[in-house]
Design a protein around this ligand. Sequence first.
Ligand code: FRU
Length: 498
Amino acid sequence: MFEKYKKVYKADYEKWYKENEAYRQRVAADQDRLKFHLMPKTGWLNDPNGLCQFNGTYHIYYQYTPFEPTGELKTWGHYTTKDFIHYEDFGPVVFPDEDMDAHGVYSGSAFIEDDTIHYFYTGNLKYFDRDDYDYINSGRGSNTITFTSKDGYEFTKKELLMTTDDYPADMSNHVRDPKIFKKNEKYYMVLGARDVEGVGMILLYESTDLKNWTYKNRITTPQKFGYMWECPDLFEMDGQLYIICCPQGVETQGIDYENVHQVTAMKLDYDFDTDKYEIKDIKLFDRGFDFYAPQTMETEDGRRILIGWMQSWDNPMYPDTQRYSGMMTVPRELSMKGGRICQKPVRELENYRSNVISYDNVCIHEETELKGISGRSIDLEIALKGKEYGKFRIKLAADEKHYSEIIYDKDEKTLTFDRTHSGFKKDTISTRSMYVSDKKDVINLRILVDRFSVEIFVNDGEQVMTSLIYTPVDASGISFASNGNTHLDVTKYDIEVK
Ligand code: FRU
């Protein structure tokens, strides 16, 4: 097995691969694997990296520890897909095998220019030559590194672009996760950063050739908003710049920022000539428990697609019976509606719907099950209609002992996901809530349940909640209840992947 903080080469992986045949088979036989979400074959997966579509194929690289479920070795794994359902797995393809990235091929991105994929990532270094390092302001190196490919499979030699000494002097050692954005024939790189005072921000660099980068500015909020902004993504939609990033250490405010680490979307007005900017409209990007480090890509047909890690750091993890860990969200299409980013499951998912069961306008009051509406790998479309109720409840993944609830409180205009009774080890109240808009007394929900994951898209993706549950897979009951009269339309599809 790998030794922490030692370089790892492709040859090491190939040797370990042979030794891990039994482990691979055990995981492949695991009956609990999610059906339509990306999960590793063995080991640990975190952030999606280097997302791009090249000559029709989507490439999804990701933070990958091939054989340990603890995520300590950082390589880039590689999947490809054409339909976001069937994935080909190429295992780890970028290794921490050089002095510049010896302790981790950390997160990064891909940018296509001149028929070439240009990759950028952070080479992580940890020093052990002194015993007084705090590993925040000293003792670490964060190198910005690039390499390219003409096909997504064969890569050029890694090239060091910037070291810790190239970042502004008041930065801590935590600077990472480069992503590229092009505007008016110039390239911009955003890097997530923490300064020496413990303030989270983005560093903005500029280039005309993707090789030589000049520091341009730091982008942050007027008041401190977390101590470190990880995985920044800068892109334009409908002429408006947006940042999606992961501020760490934001304090809980009411029902906002209840997770340990957050994912937020912000509007950015930026004048690239004067470097004056304003951040506006900071919103939690996903309101569930288990969502982190998302990244977007622009597809050849002009869609902006986002994939997130369906877990997060310092957070209770998926039941790890087979000793592997991590999954990605269903890819999401981003669109603009009324000045906000909406997220919808990628349209390709609809090609894998089967066994449709539908009910129209069922009046619900006491707890009701509807024949055929059940399952643990399903796509549910629900409309809640009417004025004559206060609360509507949907129980999911239910058996006699377990259930998870989605509760719409019409008076408070809140939607709550409650996984307290989902089989979660600790017996704590476990809820996340969000305010939703009830348009003309109708709420639309699209709910993707895939065994241990629940992704809830409200009102055509205006708001989203992504969470894991802990319920045995044969608990597949669904029921509805209301404390008045709610009129319910519901359609259930199984998602079948062959
Ligand atoms: C986000 C993150 C990144 C880092 C990577 C390491 O989840 O902490 O900032 O590059 O994970 O795996």
